[in-house]
Design a protein around this ligand. Structure first.
Ligand code: C5P
Length: 231
């Protein structure tokens, strides 16, 4: 897996998703299926996008007791996704159980990464709502190190934290980073930067939703992301 742009297909239906992806012609961007689309269409949307030849990040952010997550991951291991995730806040025991569940009988498995702190969360909300009083960046690093020790392949974090995550967890430990914007105007995202800056900071994958899906010309916006981020 090299550096790439992952397009967040945050659509309500398979039809909308296919109409959006048809605009790319023969090109097959790496796509992210999140809760909205998966809950609407179920596992068939994963199979359909796989059949079209897309690589898939299944972004369901599991967070439950270890046994429940293990069994859910066992089900997801039957879908041929490339990348899936959970919340590091579920603890090391949950992450280890998840890996166990995700590993197929032949020893293969999709890559598994952990959400550290959502890119919509800032220091104030973390202190007020979660009662976590450490600096946000230390929390992200601590969650990343816990995920690495549990055997995961990487984390979801802000591009602003990618450099320090790599310094703490190694170059091979993946940083998959939403919170990407071409310029100011950030919607609900708080810890954001541009594709070019994400590249400088060493992010492995940027996850880009609205700057592409809501653009007047989504294909042009995607190409701009690729050229700024991948080069
Ligand atoms: O539209 P936007 O570029 O903000 O989309 C970002 C995508 O990445 C959304 O699908 C969101 O669910 C996801 N995501 C995120 N922050 C995380 C994990 C996933 O924004 N920490």
């Amino acid at each position: 897996m090299g550096k790439d742009v992952i397009v967040a297909c945050d659509f309500a239906t398979a039809d909308e998703t296919m109409a959006f992806l048809d605009r790319f012609g023969g090109e097959r961007p790496f796509v992210k299926i999140g809760m909205e689309l998966y809950y609407a269409e179920g596992p068939e949307i994963v199979r359909a996008l796989k059949r079209r030849g897309h690589r898939i990040f299944l972004d369901l952010k599991l967070h439950d007791i270890p046994n429940t997550v293990k069994k859910a991951m066992r089900v997801l291991s039957g879908l041929d996704v490339d990348l899936c995730n959970l919340h590091a806040a579920g603890t090391a025991a949950m992450m280890e159980a998840a890996l166990e569940g995700l590993t197929r009988p032949d020893g293969t498995r999709p890559l598994l990464i952990a959400v550290t702190q959502l890119t919509s969360t800032d220091q104030e909300a973390m202190e007020r709502d979660l009662l976590i009083r450490e600096p946000l960046e230390s929390v992200v690093l601590h969650y990343a190190q816990t995920a690495r020790r549990a055997g995961l392949d990487g984390v979801v974090c802000s591009p602003l934290e990618a450099e320090r995550v790599h310094a703490a967890c190694g170059k091979e430990f993946l940083t998959v980073t939403p919170g990407v914007r071409f310029a100011a105007g950030q919607d609900d995202q708080k810890r954001v930067t541009t594709p070019a800056r994400a590249r400088e900071l060493g992010s492995d994958y940027i996850v880009v939703g609205r700057p592409i899906t809501a653009a007047e010309d989504p294909v042009a916006a995607y190409r701009r992301c690729v050229s700024d981020f991948v080069g």
